[in-house]
Design a protein. Structure first.
Lengths: 385, 179
Protein backbone atom coordinates (compact mmCIF):
# COMPACT_ATOMS: atom_id res chain seq x y z
CA UNK A 1 0.00 0.00 0.00
CA UNK A 2 1.27 3.47 -0.94
CA UNK A 3 2.48 5.55 1.98
CA UNK A 4 1.54 9.16 2.62
CA UNK A 5 5.10 10.18 1.92
CA UNK A 6 5.10 8.51 -1.47
CA UNK A 7 1.74 10.11 -2.24
CA UNK A 8 3.19 13.48 -1.31
CA UNK A 9 6.14 12.88 -3.64
CA UNK A 10 3.83 12.05 -6.53
CA UNK A 11 1.53 15.02 -6.02
CA UNK A 12 4.35 17.47 -5.38
CA UNK A 13 6.21 16.21 -8.47
CA UNK A 14 3.14 16.59 -10.65
CA UNK A 15 2.43 20.12 -9.45
CA UNK A 16 6.05 21.25 -9.78
CA UNK A 17 6.42 19.65 -13.23
CA UNK A 18 3.17 21.15 -14.42
CA UNK A 19 4.19 24.59 -13.22
CA UNK A 20 7.64 24.38 -14.83
CA UNK A 21 6.25 23.00 -18.10
CA UNK A 22 3.60 25.69 -18.31
CA UNK A 23 6.17 28.40 -17.70
CA UNK A 24 8.58 26.98 -20.28
CA UNK A 25 5.97 26.42 -22.97
CA UNK A 26 4.46 29.88 -22.43
CA UNK A 27 7.81 31.62 -22.64
CA UNK A 28 8.96 29.48 -25.57
CA UNK A 29 5.83 30.46 -27.45
CA UNK A 30 6.50 34.14 -26.85
CA UNK A 31 10.16 33.70 -27.74
CA UNK A 32 9.38 31.95 -31.01
CA UNK A 33 6.96 34.70 -32.02
CA UNK A 34 9.52 37.34 -31.08
CA UNK A 35 12.29 35.65 -33.06
CA UNK A 36 10.04 35.31 -36.11
CA UNK A 37 9.34 39.04 -35.94
CA UNK A 38 13.07 39.72 -35.62
CA UNK A 39 13.65 37.59 -38.72
CA UNK A 40 10.94 39.47 -40.61
CA UNK A 41 12.59 42.78 -39.75
CA UNK A 42 15.97 41.44 -40.89
CA UNK A 43 14.51 40.19 -44.17
CA UNK A 44 12.88 43.56 -44.90
CA UNK A 45 16.17 45.28 -44.06
CA UNK A 46 17.99 42.95 -46.42
CA UNK A 47 15.45 43.74 -49.13
CA UNK A 48 15.96 47.45 -48.61
CA UNK A 49 19.72 46.98 -48.86
CA UNK A 50 19.28 44.89 -52.02
CA UNK A 51 17.16 47.60 -53.68
CA UNK A 52 19.71 50.25 -52.68
CA UNK A 53 22.56 48.21 -54.14
CA UNK A 54 20.70 47.70 -57.41
CA UNK A 55 19.84 51.42 -57.52
CA UNK A 56 23.47 52.47 -57.07
CA UNK A 57 25.18 49.85 -59.22
CA UNK A 58 22.60 48.98 -61.86
CA UNK A 59 23.37 45.27 -61.38
CA UNK A 60 20.13 43.25 -61.16
CA UNK A 61 19.64 40.55 -58.54
CA UNK A 62 17.12 37.97 -57.43
CA UNK A 63 15.69 38.23 -53.90
CA UNK A 64 13.91 35.22 -52.45
CA UNK A 65 14.03 35.71 -48.66
CA UNK A 66 10.36 36.66 -48.50
CA UNK A 67 9.58 32.95 -48.99
CA UNK A 68 11.12 32.03 -45.61
CA UNK A 69 8.21 33.39 -43.57
CA UNK A 70 4.68 34.63 -44.11
CA UNK A 71 4.56 38.32 -44.93
CA UNK A 72 1.86 40.91 -45.38
CA UNK A 73 3.67 43.70 -47.17
CA UNK A 74 2.36 47.02 -48.39
CA UNK A 75 4.55 49.69 -49.95
CA UNK A 76 3.03 53.04 -49.00
CA UNK A 77 4.69 55.44 -51.45
CA UNK A 78 2.42 58.31 -50.55
CA UNK A 79 3.56 58.42 -46.92
CA UNK A 80 6.20 61.02 -46.07
CA UNK A 81 8.79 59.51 -46.26
CA UNK A 82 7.74 56.41 -48.27
CA UNK A 83 7.56 53.32 -46.06
CA UNK A 84 7.14 49.57 -46.33
CA UNK A 85 4.38 48.48 -43.96
CA UNK A 86 4.18 44.97 -42.56
CA UNK A 87 3.05 43.10 -39.46
CA UNK A 88 6.29 44.15 -37.72
CA UNK A 89 5.86 47.88 -38.27
CA UNK A 90 7.14 50.15 -41.01
CA UNK A 91 10.50 50.82 -42.57
CA UNK A 92 11.56 53.87 -44.56
CA UNK A 93 12.38 53.27 -48.25
CA UNK A 94 13.94 56.34 -49.87
CA UNK A 95 15.06 54.60 -53.05
CA UNK A 96 12.58 55.19 -55.92
CA UNK A 97 10.99 51.76 -56.23
CA UNK A 98 8.07 50.03 -57.94
CA UNK A 99 7.30 46.88 -56.01
CA UNK A 100 4.90 43.98 -56.33
CA UNK A 101 5.16 41.61 -53.32
CA UNK A 102 5.82 37.92 -53.70
CA UNK A 103 8.05 35.19 -52.21
CA UNK A 104 10.64 35.75 -54.93
CA UNK A 105 11.27 39.00 -56.80
CA UNK A 106 13.67 40.15 -59.50
CA UNK A 107 15.19 43.56 -58.81
CA UNK A 108 16.48 45.67 -61.67
CA UNK A 109 17.16 49.34 -62.39
CA UNK A 110 15.84 51.45 -65.22
CA UNK A 111 15.65 55.16 -65.94
CA UNK A 112 13.85 58.00 -67.70
CA UNK A 113 16.34 59.97 -69.78
CA UNK A 114 15.74 63.71 -69.87
CA UNK A 115 19.12 64.47 -71.42
CA UNK A 116 20.40 66.80 -68.68
CA UNK A 117 19.17 64.43 -65.95
CA UNK A 118 18.39 60.72 -65.66
CA UNK A 119 15.69 59.67 -63.24
CA UNK A 120 16.75 56.25 -61.99
CA UNK A 121 14.32 53.87 -60.31
CA UNK A 122 14.20 50.26 -59.21
CA UNK A 123 11.62 47.62 -60.12
CA UNK A 124 11.12 44.64 -57.81
CA UNK A 125 8.81 42.22 -59.58
CA UNK A 126 7.70 38.60 -59.15
CA UNK A 127 6.99 36.33 -62.09
CA UNK A 128 4.92 38.69 -64.18
CA UNK A 129 2.89 38.44 -67.37
CA UNK A 130 1.95 41.63 -69.20
CA UNK A 131 -0.89 40.74 -71.56
CA UNK A 132 -1.62 43.34 -74.21
CA UNK A 133 -5.00 43.71 -75.89
CA UNK A 134 -4.70 46.43 -78.57
CA UNK A 135 -8.14 47.06 -79.99
CA UNK A 136 -7.64 49.97 -82.38
CA UNK A 137 -7.45 49.44 -86.11
CA UNK A 138 -6.51 51.59 -89.06
CA UNK A 139 -4.53 54.74 -88.38
CA UNK A 140 -4.56 54.28 -84.62
CA UNK A 141 -3.05 50.79 -84.78
CA UNK A 142 0.52 52.06 -85.16
CA UNK A 143 0.03 54.36 -82.17
CA UNK A 144 -1.13 51.40 -80.10
CA UNK A 145 1.93 49.38 -81.05
CA UNK A 146 4.29 52.29 -80.32
CA UNK A 147 2.69 52.57 -76.91
CA UNK A 148 3.28 48.86 -76.30
CA UNK A 149 6.94 49.30 -77.25
CA UNK A 150 7.38 52.23 -74.85
CA UNK A 151 5.73 50.33 -72.00
CA UNK A 152 7.76 47.17 -72.62
CA UNK A 153 11.03 49.13 -72.70
CA UNK A 154 10.54 50.16 -69.08
CA UNK A 155 10.19 46.60 -67.80
CA UNK A 156 13.28 44.58 -66.95
CA UNK A 157 14.89 42.07 -69.26
CA UNK A 158 15.05 38.74 -67.41
CA UNK A 159 17.11 36.68 -69.88
CA UNK A 160 19.02 34.07 -67.88
CA UNK A 161 17.39 35.26 -64.63
CA UNK A 162 14.47 34.32 -62.45
CA UNK A 163 11.69 35.12 -61.85
CA UNK A 164 10.68 36.00 -65.40
CA UNK A 165 8.80 39.00 -66.71
CA UNK A 166 7.05 38.00 -69.92
CA UNK A 167 4.81 39.67 -72.46
CA UNK A 168 2.00 38.39 -74.61
CA UNK A 169 -1.34 39.11 -76.22
CA UNK A 170 -4.96 38.31 -75.61
CA UNK A 171 -7.88 38.51 -77.99
CA UNK A 172 -6.36 37.10 -81.15
CA UNK A 173 -7.77 35.27 -83.00
CA UNK A 174 -10.65 35.13 -80.52
CA UNK A 175 -11.52 36.84 -77.27
CA UNK A 176 -10.55 33.98 -74.97
CA UNK A 177 -7.21 33.24 -76.59
CA UNK A 178 -4.03 33.94 -74.65
CA UNK A 179 -1.00 33.88 -76.91
CA UNK A 180 2.45 32.55 -76.12
CA UNK A 181 4.51 34.81 -73.94
CA UNK A 182 7.96 36.15 -74.63
CA UNK A 183 10.68 37.80 -72.60
CA UNK A 184 11.55 41.39 -73.38
CA UNK A 185 14.38 40.55 -75.73
CA UNK A 186 12.20 38.45 -78.00
CA UNK A 187 9.21 40.74 -77.60
CA UNK A 188 10.90 44.09 -78.23
CA UNK A 189 14.68 44.17 -78.46
CA UNK A 190 15.82 41.56 -80.98
CA UNK A 191 15.78 42.30 -84.74
CA UNK A 192 12.98 39.75 -85.22
CA UNK A 193 11.07 40.80 -82.09
CA UNK A 194 7.33 40.31 -81.97
CA UNK A 195 6.58 44.03 -81.75
CA UNK A 196 8.70 44.68 -84.83
CA UNK A 197 6.66 42.29 -86.96
CA UNK A 198 4.05 43.55 -89.36
CA UNK A 199 0.68 43.86 -87.62
CA UNK A 200 -1.49 45.48 -90.27
CA UNK A 201 -3.64 42.38 -90.78
CA UNK A 202 -4.03 41.65 -87.08
CA UNK A 203 -7.35 42.58 -85.51
CA UNK A 204 -7.88 41.89 -81.82
CA UNK A 205 -11.14 41.21 -80.03
CA UNK A 206 -11.77 42.39 -76.49
CA UNK A 207 -10.07 39.96 -74.16
CA UNK A 208 -12.39 37.74 -72.15
CA UNK A 209 -9.80 35.42 -70.57
CA UNK A 210 -9.53 35.69 -66.81
CA UNK A 211 -6.21 36.80 -65.38
CA UNK A 212 -4.38 35.33 -62.39
CA UNK A 213 -2.81 37.44 -59.65
CA UNK A 214 0.46 37.95 -61.55
CA UNK A 215 -1.04 38.61 -64.97
CA UNK A 216 -1.83 42.18 -65.96
CA UNK A 217 -4.27 42.79 -68.77
CA UNK A 218 -3.41 46.01 -70.60
CA UNK A 219 -6.16 47.07 -72.99
CA UNK A 220 -5.30 49.83 -75.45
CA UNK A 221 -8.20 51.53 -77.12
CA UNK A 222 -9.56 54.89 -78.14
CA UNK A 223 -12.80 53.82 -76.44
CA UNK A 224 -11.40 53.43 -72.93
CA UNK A 225 -13.77 54.60 -70.20
CA UNK A 226 -14.21 53.61 -66.54
CA UNK A 227 -16.73 50.86 -67.28
CA UNK A 228 -15.13 49.71 -70.54
CA UNK A 229 -13.03 47.02 -68.87
CA UNK A 230 -13.65 44.35 -66.26
CA UNK A 231 -10.02 43.65 -65.40
CA UNK A 232 -6.62 45.32 -65.58
CA UNK A 233 -5.85 48.70 -67.09
CA UNK A 234 -7.28 50.46 -70.12
CA UNK A 235 -5.11 53.03 -71.90
CA UNK A 236 -6.17 55.59 -74.46
CA UNK A 237 -3.37 56.29 -76.96
CA UNK A 238 -1.68 59.66 -76.42
CA UNK A 239 -2.66 62.86 -78.22
CA UNK A 240 -0.31 64.99 -80.33
CA UNK A 241 1.30 66.38 -77.15
CA UNK A 242 2.16 62.92 -75.86
CA UNK A 243 -0.50 63.03 -73.14
CA UNK A 244 -3.27 60.48 -72.69
CA UNK A 245 -5.62 58.95 -70.15
CA UNK A 246 -5.74 55.56 -68.51
CA UNK A 247 -8.40 53.79 -66.46
CA UNK A 248 -8.05 51.14 -63.80
CA UNK A 249 -10.70 48.46 -63.33
CA UNK A 250 -12.68 49.17 -60.17
CA UNK A 251 -11.98 52.91 -60.20
CA UNK A 252 -14.18 55.60 -61.71
CA UNK A 253 -11.30 58.06 -62.06
CA UNK A 254 -9.24 58.74 -65.13
CA UNK A 255 -5.47 58.99 -64.75
CA UNK A 256 -3.57 61.31 -67.03
CA UNK A 257 -0.21 60.04 -68.22
CA UNK A 258 2.62 62.01 -69.80
CA UNK A 259 5.31 59.36 -69.97
CA UNK A 260 5.45 55.57 -70.05
CA UNK A 261 6.46 55.29 -66.41
CA UNK A 262 3.02 56.56 -65.36
CA UNK A 263 1.55 53.57 -67.18
CA UNK A 264 4.15 51.10 -65.92
CA UNK A 265 3.42 52.19 -62.34
CA UNK A 266 -0.31 51.51 -62.84
CA UNK A 267 0.38 48.17 -64.50
CA UNK A 268 2.70 46.97 -61.73
CA UNK A 269 0.22 48.06 -59.07
CA UNK A 270 -2.74 46.46 -60.80
CA UNK A 271 -6.46 46.74 -60.07
CA UNK A 272 -6.44 45.04 -56.66
CA UNK A 273 -7.56 47.16 -53.70
CA UNK A 274 -4.94 48.23 -51.17
CA UNK A 275 -5.02 47.11 -47.50
CA UNK A 276 -7.26 50.05 -46.60
CA UNK A 277 -9.75 49.18 -49.33
CA UNK A 278 -9.95 52.80 -50.46
CA UNK A 279 -7.99 52.85 -53.69
CA UNK A 280 -6.32 50.45 -56.08
CA UNK A 281 -2.66 49.56 -55.84
CA UNK A 282 -2.20 50.84 -59.39
CA UNK A 283 -3.50 54.27 -58.41
CA UNK A 284 -1.23 54.33 -55.34
CA UNK A 285 1.88 53.56 -57.39
CA UNK A 286 0.84 56.14 -60.00
CA UNK A 287 0.57 58.83 -57.30
CA UNK A 288 3.88 57.70 -55.81
CA UNK A 289 5.61 57.89 -59.19
CA UNK A 290 4.46 61.47 -59.74
CA UNK A 291 5.44 62.49 -56.23
CA UNK A 292 8.94 61.08 -56.31
CA UNK A 293 9.63 62.01 -59.91
CA UNK A 294 8.62 65.58 -59.20
CA UNK A 295 10.86 65.78 -56.09
CA UNK A 296 13.94 64.57 -57.94
CA UNK A 297 13.45 66.37 -61.25
CA UNK A 298 12.48 69.64 -59.56
CA UNK A 299 15.65 69.58 -57.47
CA UNK A 300 17.74 68.62 -60.50
CA UNK A 301 16.21 71.40 -62.63
CA UNK A 302 17.07 73.96 -59.98
CA UNK A 303 20.64 72.75 -59.61
CA UNK A 304 21.28 72.37 -63.34
CA UNK A 305 19.63 75.70 -64.15
CA UNK A 306 21.64 77.59 -61.55
CA UNK A 307 24.80 75.79 -62.65
CA UNK A 308 24.15 76.88 -66.22
CA UNK A 309 23.88 80.50 -65.07
CA UNK A 310 27.02 80.16 -62.93
CA UNK A 311 29.10 78.82 -65.79
CA UNK A 312 27.65 81.30 -68.24
CA UNK A 313 28.79 84.19 -66.01
CA UNK A 314 32.16 82.69 -65.16
CA UNK A 315 33.31 81.76 -68.65
CA UNK A 316 35.87 84.32 -69.82
CA UNK A 317 34.28 87.07 -71.89
CA UNK A 318 37.28 87.60 -74.16
CA UNK A 319 37.27 84.11 -75.71
CA UNK A 320 34.95 84.30 -78.70
CA UNK A 321 34.96 80.52 -79.15
CA UNK A 322 32.93 80.27 -75.98
CA UNK A 323 30.14 82.59 -77.09
CA UNK A 324 28.09 79.74 -78.52
CA UNK A 325 28.39 77.86 -75.24
CA UNK A 326 27.25 80.97 -73.35
CA UNK A 327 24.20 81.33 -75.55
CA UNK A 328 23.25 77.72 -75.00
CA UNK A 329 23.82 77.98 -71.24
CA UNK A 330 21.56 81.03 -71.16
CA UNK A 331 18.85 79.08 -72.96
CA UNK A 332 19.23 76.09 -70.64
CA UNK A 333 19.09 78.15 -67.46
CA UNK A 334 15.87 79.86 -68.53
CA UNK A 335 14.21 76.64 -69.64
CA UNK A 336 15.02 74.88 -66.39
CA UNK A 337 14.91 77.50 -63.64
CA UNK A 338 14.83 81.19 -64.44
CA UNK A 339 11.89 81.28 -66.75
CA UNK A 340 9.52 82.22 -68.21
CA UNK A 341 7.50 79.16 -67.10
CA UNK A 342 10.57 77.05 -66.40
CA UNK A 343 10.50 73.36 -65.54
CA UNK A 344 11.06 74.20 -61.87
CA UNK A 345 7.94 76.39 -61.62
CA UNK A 346 5.78 73.96 -63.54
CA UNK A 347 6.80 71.11 -61.24
CA UNK A 348 6.09 73.29 -58.21
CA UNK A 349 2.38 73.20 -59.10
CA UNK A 350 0.49 70.47 -57.26
CA UNK A 351 -1.66 69.67 -60.29
CA UNK A 352 1.22 69.36 -62.74
CA UNK A 353 0.27 65.75 -63.50
CA UNK A 354 -3.51 66.21 -63.55
CA UNK A 355 -3.83 69.42 -65.56
CA UNK A 356 -3.49 68.91 -69.29
CA UNK A 357 -2.21 72.45 -69.92
CA UNK A 358 0.48 72.25 -67.22
CA UNK A 359 1.57 68.80 -68.37
CA UNK A 360 1.72 69.95 -71.97
CA UNK A 361 3.89 72.96 -71.07
CA UNK A 362 6.09 70.74 -68.91
CA UNK A 363 6.68 68.24 -71.71
CA UNK A 364 7.55 71.09 -74.07
CA UNK A 365 10.07 72.54 -71.62
CA UNK A 366 11.61 69.15 -70.92
CA UNK A 367 12.00 68.49 -74.65
CA UNK A 368 13.52 71.93 -75.12
CA UNK A 369 15.98 71.41 -72.26
CA UNK A 370 16.95 68.01 -73.63
CA UNK A 371 17.62 69.52 -77.05
CA UNK A 372 19.67 72.42 -75.65
CA UNK A 373 21.74 70.10 -73.47
CA UNK A 374 22.40 67.84 -76.46
CA UNK A 375 23.61 70.91 -78.36
CA UNK A 376 25.93 71.74 -75.46
CA UNK A 377 27.35 68.22 -75.59
CA UNK A 378 27.72 68.30 -79.39
CA UNK A 379 29.64 71.59 -79.22
CA UNK A 380 31.95 70.28 -76.51
CA UNK A 381 30.64 72.66 -73.84
CA UNK A 382 29.23 69.89 -71.66
CA UNK A 383 29.63 66.20 -70.90
CA UNK A 384 27.09 63.55 -71.84
CA UNK A 385 25.35 61.87 -68.93
CA UNK B 1 12.58 -1.13 26.29
CA UNK B 2 10.80 -2.47 23.31
CA UNK B 3 8.50 0.59 23.39
CA UNK B 4 11.48 2.91 23.40
CA UNK B 5 13.02 1.18 20.46
CA UNK B 6 9.83 1.41 18.46
CA UNK B 7 9.44 5.04 19.43
CA UNK B 8 12.98 5.78 18.27
CA UNK B 9 12.41 3.96 14.96
CA UNK B 10 9.21 5.90 14.31
CA UNK B 11 10.92 9.21 15.06
CA UNK B 12 13.82 8.32 12.81
CA UNK B 13 11.50 7.46 9.93
CA UNK B 14 9.59 10.73 10.42
CA UNK B 15 12.75 12.80 10.34
CA UNK B 16 14.15 11.06 7.26
CA UNK B 17 10.78 11.56 5.55
CA UNK B 18 10.85 15.23 6.34
CA UNK B 19 14.42 15.49 5.04
CA UNK B 20 13.37 13.86 1.77
CA UNK B 21 10.51 16.34 1.40
CA UNK B 22 12.90 19.18 1.99
CA UNK B 23 15.23 17.75 -0.64
CA UNK B 24 12.44 17.80 -3.18
CA UNK B 25 11.41 21.32 -2.27
CA UNK B 26 14.98 22.60 -2.47
CA UNK B 27 15.60 20.84 -5.78
CA UNK B 28 12.46 22.33 -7.26
CA UNK B 29 13.34 25.77 -5.93
CA UNK B 30 16.80 25.72 -7.51
CA UNK B 31 15.45 24.47 -10.82
CA UNK B 32 12.97 27.37 -10.84
CA UNK B 33 15.75 29.82 -9.99
CA UNK B 34 17.84 28.52 -12.90
CA UNK B 35 14.93 28.78 -15.34
CA UNK B 36 14.00 32.30 -14.22
CA UNK B 37 17.68 33.29 -14.36
CA UNK B 38 17.88 31.98 -17.93
CA UNK B 39 14.79 33.95 -18.93
CA UNK B 40 16.12 37.16 -17.38
CA UNK B 41 19.47 36.65 -19.09
CA UNK B 42 17.85 36.10 -22.51
CA UNK B 43 15.67 39.18 -22.06
CA UNK B 44 18.68 41.27 -21.06
CA UNK B 45 20.53 39.95 -24.11
CA UNK B 46 17.69 40.96 -26.41
CA UNK B 47 17.64 44.47 -24.92
CA UNK B 48 21.41 44.78 -25.41
CA UNK B 49 21.02 43.61 -29.00
CA UNK B 50 18.47 46.39 -29.56
CA UNK B 51 21.08 48.97 -28.59
CA UNK B 52 23.59 47.42 -30.98
CA UNK B 53 20.91 47.32 -33.67
CA UNK B 54 20.18 51.02 -33.19
CA UNK B 55 23.82 51.91 -33.78
CA UNK B 56 23.98 49.64 -36.80
CA UNK B 57 20.84 51.25 -38.24
CA UNK B 58 22.40 54.71 -37.90
CA UNK B 59 25.60 53.60 -39.62
CA UNK B 60 23.58 51.93 -42.38
CA UNK B 61 21.76 55.21 -42.97
CA UNK B 62 25.04 57.12 -43.05
CA UNK B 63 26.40 54.62 -45.57
CA UNK B 64 23.25 54.88 -47.68
CA UNK B 65 23.52 58.68 -47.74
CA UNK B 66 27.20 58.42 -48.66
CA UNK B 67 26.44 56.14 -51.59
CA UNK B 68 23.55 58.38 -52.62
CA UNK B 69 25.76 61.45 -52.67
CA UNK B 70 28.42 59.64 -54.69
CA UNK B 71 25.92 58.46 -57.30
CA UNK B 72 23.19 61.06 -57.42
CA UNK B 73 23.05 62.96 -60.69
CA UNK B 74 22.02 66.09 -58.84
CA UNK B 75 25.64 66.36 -57.59
CA UNK B 76 27.90 64.26 -59.78
CA UNK B 77 29.28 64.20 -63.28
CA UNK B 78 29.55 60.44 -62.97
CA UNK B 79 29.82 57.93 -60.11
CA UNK B 80 32.16 59.18 -57.37
CA UNK B 81 33.02 62.35 -59.30
CA UNK B 82 31.31 65.50 -58.08
CA UNK B 83 30.61 68.44 -60.37
CA UNK B 84 31.77 71.63 -58.66
CA UNK B 85 29.24 73.71 -60.57
CA UNK B 86 26.34 71.62 -59.25
CA UNK B 87 27.68 71.74 -55.71
CA UNK B 88 28.15 75.51 -55.85
CA UNK B 89 24.73 76.05 -57.46
CA UNK B 90 23.13 74.16 -54.59
CA UNK B 91 25.34 75.45 -51.78
CA UNK B 92 24.71 79.08 -52.70
CA UNK B 93 20.97 78.66 -52.10
CA UNK B 94 19.86 79.99 -48.68
CA UNK B 95 17.53 77.01 -48.20
CA UNK B 96 19.80 74.35 -49.66
CA UNK B 97 19.54 72.16 -46.56
CA UNK B 98 15.72 72.22 -46.57
CA UNK B 99 15.63 71.36 -50.27
CA UNK B 100 17.87 68.34 -49.71
CA UNK B 101 16.00 67.26 -46.59
CA UNK B 102 12.86 66.84 -48.69
CA UNK B 103 14.69 64.11 -50.57
CA UNK B 104 17.02 62.61 -47.95
CA UNK B 105 15.15 63.18 -44.71
CA UNK B 106 16.38 64.88 -41.52
CA UNK B 107 19.37 64.66 -39.15
CA UNK B 108 22.24 64.25 -41.60
CA UNK B 109 25.03 66.38 -43.01
CA UNK B 110 27.57 66.32 -45.82
CA UNK B 111 30.89 68.03 -46.47
CA UNK B 112 33.05 67.96 -49.57
CA UNK B 113 36.57 69.30 -49.45
CA UNK B 114 39.19 69.49 -52.20
CA UNK B 115 42.59 68.22 -51.11
CA UNK B 116 44.64 71.03 -52.61
CA UNK B 117 46.70 71.83 -49.53
CA UNK B 118 44.90 75.14 -48.97
CA UNK B 119 42.69 76.18 -46.09
CA UNK B 120 38.99 75.39 -46.62
CA UNK B 121 37.29 78.17 -48.59
CA UNK B 122 33.53 77.92 -49.01
CA UNK B 123 32.34 78.12 -52.59
CA UNK B 124 29.99 81.03 -53.21
CA UNK B 125 28.60 82.59 -56.34
CA UNK B 126 31.28 85.28 -56.28
CA UNK B 127 34.45 83.32 -55.55
CA UNK B 128 33.71 80.29 -57.76
CA UNK B 129 35.86 78.56 -59.05
CA UNK B 130 38.58 79.77 -56.64
CA UNK B 131 37.28 77.77 -53.71
CA UNK B 132 37.48 74.26 -52.35
CA UNK B 133 34.78 73.50 -49.79
CA UNK B 134 31.04 72.76 -49.75
CA UNK B 135 28.90 71.80 -46.78
CA UNK B 136 25.23 70.95 -46.33
CA UNK B 137 23.19 70.81 -43.11
CA UNK B 138 26.26 71.00 -40.87
CA UNK B 139 25.44 71.60 -37.19
CA UNK B 140 27.39 71.38 -33.98
CA UNK B 141 26.00 68.04 -32.78
CA UNK B 142 27.45 64.64 -32.05
CA UNK B 143 27.37 62.42 -35.08
CA UNK B 144 28.53 59.24 -36.77
CA UNK B 145 30.05 59.72 -40.20
CA UNK B 146 31.93 58.14 -43.08
CA UNK B 147 34.88 59.75 -44.84
CA UNK B 148 35.54 58.57 -48.38
CA UNK B 149 37.95 59.79 -51.04
CA UNK B 150 36.30 61.21 -54.11
CA UNK B 151 36.98 63.15 -57.31
CA UNK B 152 35.75 66.65 -58.01
CA UNK B 153 35.35 67.85 -61.60
CA UNK B 154 36.26 71.53 -61.92
CA UNK B 155 34.34 72.81 -64.94
CA UNK B 156 36.52 75.91 -65.23
CA UNK B 157 39.84 74.20 -64.55
CA UNK B 158 42.32 75.70 -66.97
CA UNK B 159 41.70 78.86 -68.98
CA UNK B 160 43.50 78.97 -72.32
CA UNK B 161 43.48 81.56 -75.04
CA UNK B 162 41.04 79.52 -77.09
CA UNK B 163 38.85 78.02 -74.46
CA UNK B 164 38.40 76.56 -71.01
CA UNK B 165 39.39 73.02 -70.03
CA UNK B 166 38.01 71.00 -67.18
CA UNK B 167 40.17 69.54 -64.42
CA UNK B 168 39.66 66.75 -61.90
CA UNK B 169 40.83 67.26 -58.31
CA UNK B 170 40.98 64.78 -55.46
CA UNK B 171 38.81 65.42 -52.45
CA UNK B 172 37.17 63.96 -49.38
CA UNK B 173 33.48 63.43 -48.87
CA UNK B 174 32.20 63.23 -45.30
CA UNK B 175 28.59 62.16 -44.77
CA UNK B 176 27.12 61.53 -41.36
CA UNK B 177 23.98 61.27 -39.26
CA UNK B 178 23.36 63.11 -36.02
CA UNK B 179 22.87 61.01 -32.87
Amino acid sequence: MISIYQLFKIIFGLVASGFILYFLIHYTGIYITMQEDVMRVLIIQNFRKATQDVYFTGNPINFSDFGRLDFTLYFDGQAEPPVMRSEVGEMVFLTPMFFSPSDEVFIDRNHLDHGWFKFYFVEALPEFFIIFNPLDTGLWQDTDWDLMKNITALFPSTIGRTPKVRFGFCGYPDEDNLSDTWERYDFLDSPSAVLKQSHAATTFSRCNASMSWNQRLVTISQSCLPDFITQGICIQPPDIYGIGFAYINGSDSSYMYKDSLDLVAMIIGGDERDIYGISTLGENLYEYKNKIWRERVRLASMITGRRAQLIETKLPADITELNECKTLYASLKNTLYFGPEPVYDLLSQQDYYTSHNTARDLLERLAEAKSVYQDLVNKGCEYAL
Amino acid sequence: MLCNREHILKSTRRVSGQISILEYALLTFFVMVVIIGLIIFLSYWQVTQLGVEETRTRMDRALFLTKHFLNSQQFVKRDSMFDDGKLTALFSLPNACEELQEVFGLDWFAEIRVLDGNAPKECTWTNYPDCNYWSFCVEDKSNRSYDVPTNIYRRIGYTLTTGVLGRTDIGILRVGVYV
